[in-house]
Design a protein around this ligand. Structure first.
Ligand code: FES
Ligand code: FES
Length: 163
């Protein structure tokens, strides 16, 4: 099978790999780059478990071919904590507010929430619910996920005010 060389930036690092045209971005991230944080749930764009940030937008990486990410800037859950291991406020929020149970949806949920808070730093609960409408959770009932995102929004606003 013919492969094409692609170059992109993932979590701040430039990566170059040869990929087949048919390789999905989620498989590229998980298998070629060993970034297993983004999960595969449905592979049909429904569940959001595979959500990553690509060029400033949330994308479901099961819906994109790796070759379409040529030149892109991608952030995955592995790129959220600080280099010293300090959790991102969203990760901290999910932990403190019990925003997860099995955790399968969590990486995608956090990446989606990250983009939501970039676009709307102080969302109402309804706006949070609308913002994560493309990400499904089978366990939590969503209440604590909303609380976790609200927690992170508050923390990020405090951090921004201090800068
Ligand atoms: S695995 Fe991509 S949306 Fe479900
Ligand atoms: S915590 Fe289990 S699917 Fe969301």
């Amino acid at each position: 099978m013919v492969k094409k060389l692609i170059s992109l930036i993932v979590n701040g690092e430039t990566v170059e790999r040869a990929v087949e045209d048919r390789t999905l971005l989620i498989h590229f991230l998980r298998e070629d780059l060993a970034l297993k944080g983004a999960h595969i749930g449905c592979e049909t764009t429904h569940c959001g478990a595979c959500t990553v940030d690509m060029n400033g937008r949330s994308v479901k990486s099961c819906t994109i071919f790796a070759v379409q990410a040529e030149g892109a800037r991608i952030r995955t859950i592995e790129g959220m904590a600080e280099a010293d291991g300090t959790l991102h406020p969203l990760q901290e929020g999910f932990r403190q507010e019990h925003g997860l149970q099995c955790g399968y949806c969590t990486p995608g949920m956090i990446m989606r929430a990250h983009r939501l808070l970039q676009e709307n730093p102080n969302p109402s609960d309804d706006e949070i619910r609308m913002g994560i409408a493309g990400n499904l959770c089978r366990c939590t009932g969503y209440q604590n996920i909303v609380k976790a995102i609200r927690h992170a929004a508050g923390k990020l606003q405090v951090r921004e005010a201090a800068e």
